[in-house]
Design a protein around this ligand. Sequence first.
Ligand code: PCA
Length: 329
Amino acid sequence: MTDLLKTTTGIVTAALLAASAATPAFAAEKWDMPLAYPATNFHSENAAVFAACVTKGTGGEIEIVTHPGGSLFGGADIKRAVQTGQVPIGERLLSAHANEDPLFGIDSIPFLATSFEDSVNLWKAAQGAVEEALDGQNLVLLYSVPWPPQGMYFNMEVNSVDDMKGVKFRAYNAATAKLAELTGMLPVQIEAAEVSQAFATGVAQSMISSGATGYDSKLWENVSHFYEVDAWLPRNSIMVNKDTWAGLDDATRKVFTDCAATAEAEGLQKAKDYTTFTLDGLKSNGMNVAKPSDKLKSDLAVVGETMTGEWLKAAGDKGKAIVDAYKAM
Ligand code: PCA
C-alpha cells in the first residue's frame, strides 16, 4: 500500500468512526418485558420467541428482554407497570383486572367456552371491545394466548360441592374467588409464582387452574387429585404502553404486529401441546387425574349459572353483545 493510500484509508476510517459516533445508524433501546410465570412455562417460552422476533426484525433497534417468574414485577403489578410506562411491555392475566372492567373477565365465565376452539371463538367476539377498554387505560394489545382448560385440585377425593366446604382455596382473579365463595370454600388470592409455597405451608389446599400451573408448581407434592372440570380457558395478554407505541414508526410497528400474529398462533399450539404434556406429568408423579362425577358436574353447573348471570349484569349491553355474537358462531 502506498503512503498516500494508507493516509487516505486512515482518514476515511476516522471519518466513518466519527460519523457513526455522532449519528448512530440506530438508537438501540432495551425493552424490559415482565412475565409472571416460570421460564419453562409455554407462555414464557412463547414470549421469549416473540422478543427474539422483534429484536431481529428491528435489526436490534429494539431489544426485548423477558423477565419470567415475576422477577421484575409480580403478576399483580405488571399491568400497572406497563400503563404507567415503568416498563414498555408486559404480559398479564387480564381477568385478574375484571374489577376495573367486567369485559376483562370475559374469559373466566364458567362453562361459557370450555375448549380451545370455543376459546378462540369467544376471543374473536370479544377482542374489539377488550382492545377498546385497554386503549382507555393507555394500553395497546399485541396478542393473547389461552391457558389450558381449568380444572380443580384437591388433597382428597371430591364428588360434590358439599365435599368442598371449609377448604382453603387459592384464587387468581375475582371469578376464582367467587367460585370459592359459592362452593363454601375460603378464598385467598395468590400469584402463580407463590403457589408451591402456599400449598407447602397449608395456606392453600385447593385451587382451580390448568394442569400447566399445577405441573409448573409441582403440586403433586401436596395434593392428590385433579378434576378436569374444564370450567374456562383464561388468557394472558401481551400489552404495550400506548405512549411508547405512539412513538414508533410504521415499519417498527409492523415488525411488532407481524411477530405478535405469529406468537398468537404458535402460543395457541403450544397451549394445546402443554395440556397433554402437563396432565401426563401430573399422572406420572402419582396424581389422580379424572373427569368429575356427574354430581360434581351438575353442582358446578349451578354455580356457573349464578356467575354467568352476575357477569352479564355487570358487563351490561356490551357484554351481552359479545356473548350473543359468540353463541351465534
Ligand atoms: N394458570 C394461571 C392462570 C390460569 C392458569 O392456568 C394461574 O394459576 O395463576
